[in-house]
Design a protein around this ligand. Structure first.
Ligand SMILES: *Cc1c(COP(=O)(O)O)cnc(C)c1O
Length: 333
């Protein structure tokens, strides 16, 4: 039984997910490298968002909401997971998606976007500028839904807030149990950082569970200062709202911004080559937007200094397979 006092939760993700040893890369890098298969949280729900959504949807149900509103890029993994989970729980989803086309909404219907449409999510296309000022869009959509007699639940980008953070607190507890089973203690938990909720949950989790591993993130956009602020805000709000008695200082956070490459959802040939290599050597399918960049950064630092992350390293595979499929025709060639 858990000593941690979790908020309400509904079952959405297929968890626990396995931890596998990456034998090729362990040999190549001279460390013990493991992978937490959070790409296996569900074939359609694949990725880290399913863990967070267990807590969001519990809160949405407790408040009597019947439609969830969230946002992301056109190929958002979070939007797709939300749209599918909503249907499974008998709810509707409205997705505010950032378009790269003029006028907005000319994106090819593939990958995540195809699944959004398949489950009949309503999509509100916005320009990058409108997306930056999306609070106004959330307000407008929320007001429209209320006027139509619906009860909306508004969820931020990536589900990254004090509710979603619990998903990765629970993941750390799962990892701790697997460490005991496997007789291993990880020195570091390495992962990709996109909107900060996973990092916030991992940091809170290591403190609440009492796990010694250092949480090491790789930014896939923005920069370290931005994510330190953002993760700190989520951690502080979680501590406040749930009255957690744990110490936290932003200077503990380690988010490396040197491997975001040429920008969000854009990849360099070397990053693509590594995604291909990991697929060939270990049969693990990374994605170009998140996990490919984080894995690239981790390998690069280990090549310069083998023990950059300690001897026993856990890489969290946060998913992204549908983004890879969408990129298959362009970025991966
Ligand atoms: C959203 C996402 C991340 C980043 O997680 P955040 O909690 O948003 O920082 C990493 N990998 C994949 C595949 C994602 O979809």
């Amino acid at each position: 039984m858990s000593r941690i006092n979790y908020p309400n939760r509904v079952k959405i993700a297929a968890i626990p997910t396995p931890i596998d040893r990456l034998s090729h890369w362990s040999r190549e890098l001279g460390v013990d490298l493991y992978i937490k298969r959070d790409d296996m949280t569900g074939s359609d729900l694949s990725g880290n968002k399913g863990r967070k959504l267990e807590f969001h949807f519990a809160e949405a149900q407790a408040r009597g909401c019947n439609v969830v509103v969230t946002c992301g890029g056109a190929q958002s993994n979070h939007a797709r997971a939300t749209a599918i989970a909503a249907r499974r729980l008998g709810m509707d989803a409205v997705l505010i998606l950032r378009s790269r086309t003029t006028p907005p909404g000319g994106e090819p219907i593939n990958g995540n976007l195809f699944l959004d449409q398949l489950v009949g999510a309503r999509i509100v296309w916005v320009t990058p500028d409108e997306y930056r000022a999306r609070d106004a869009v959330f307000e407008r959509v929320g007001a429209e839904l209320r006027a139509a007699g619906r009860t909306p639940y508004l969820m931020p980008e990536g589900g990254s807030d004090e509710v979603g953070a619990w998903g990765y607190v629970a993941a750390v507890e799962e990892i701790a149990a697997q460490e005991r089973e496997m007789g291993v203690q990880f020195d570091a938990i390495v992962h990709a950082v996109g909107s900060g909720g996973t990092t916030a949950g991992l940091v809170l989790g290591t403190k609440l569970v009492g796990v010694g591993a250092e949480v090491r993130g790789f930014a896939v956009c923005d920069d370290t200062a931005y994510f330190v602020d953002r993760v700190t805000a989520i951690v502080d709000r979680t501590i406040d709202r749930y009255q957690l008695r744990i110490p936290f200082a932003s200077k503990e956070l380690r988010v490396d911004d040197r491997y975001k490459g040429i920008g969000y959802a854009l990849s360099l040939p070397a990053e693509r080559a590594l995604v291909r290599q990991v697929a060939e050597t270990d049969g693990i399918i990374l994605d170009p937007v998140y996990t490919g960049k984080a894995f690239f950064g981790m390998v690069d630092l280990m090549r310069a200094d083998r023990l950059s992350f300690g001897r026993r390293v856990l890489f969290v595979h946060t998913g992204g397979i549908f983004g890879l499929m969408a990129a298959a025709s362009e970025a991966m060639q």
